[in-house]
Design a binder for this molecule. Structure first.
Ligand code: ZN
Length: 156
């Protein structure tokens, strides 16, 4: 497995540069239970100290399929496709996916993805507990009464 980048941190943030989606094959996820490895998959929870969701960046190699179905106990998943084209399968139903496709799968959905293109199929997966979003995002945001400035700030 490629060494993960060292994140930049501050009191209220963690930031890391994982490189381009086309280069994600440098990361290999080893599933400790299934004893299977997935090239081009990196989880962000540990890297960024996420506390509310698990997120992964993924690039499935050309013409490849994920070699197993899976589902979840408590978490729904949101898939955001950013590059390439392929097919998504949930509970025996199949639909096309490509850049711009977004998919939500309930915990019980038995899911799989395959890449039909000659380039990597790149996507982001956000995993969070079903029914845990208690308020709409716009209502959670708070304006900060300060003039925006980019000069004379600390560069890290
Ligand atoms: Zn999953």
């Amino acid at each position: 497995m490629t060494t993960q980048p060292i994140p930049k941190t501050g009191e209220n943030f963690t930031a890391a540069d994982l490189g381009e989606f086309s280069q994600l094959h440098q990361y290999v996820f080893e599933h400790y239970k299934k004893k299977v490895s997935l090239e081009g998959k990196i989880f962000l929870k540990q890297l960024l100290d996420l506390t509310s969701a698990e997120i992964s960046l993924n690039t499935l190699p050309a013409k490849a399929s994920i070699p197993f179905y899976h589902k979840h106990k408590l978490n729904e998943e949101i898939y955001i496709f950013v590059r390439g084209s392929g097919e998504f399968q949930v509970d025996g139903q199949v639909f096309a996916v490509s850049e711009g496709t977004v998919v939500r799968v309930a915990p019980d959905g038995e899911r799989c993805i395959r890449n039909l293109s000659d380039e990597g199929l790149s996507y982001i997966v956000i995993q969070s507990k079903v029914n845990s979003q208690l308020d709409y995002t716009i209502d959670d945001g708070l304006g900060v009464p300060k003039q925006v400035s980019w000069e004379d700030k600390q560069r890290i």
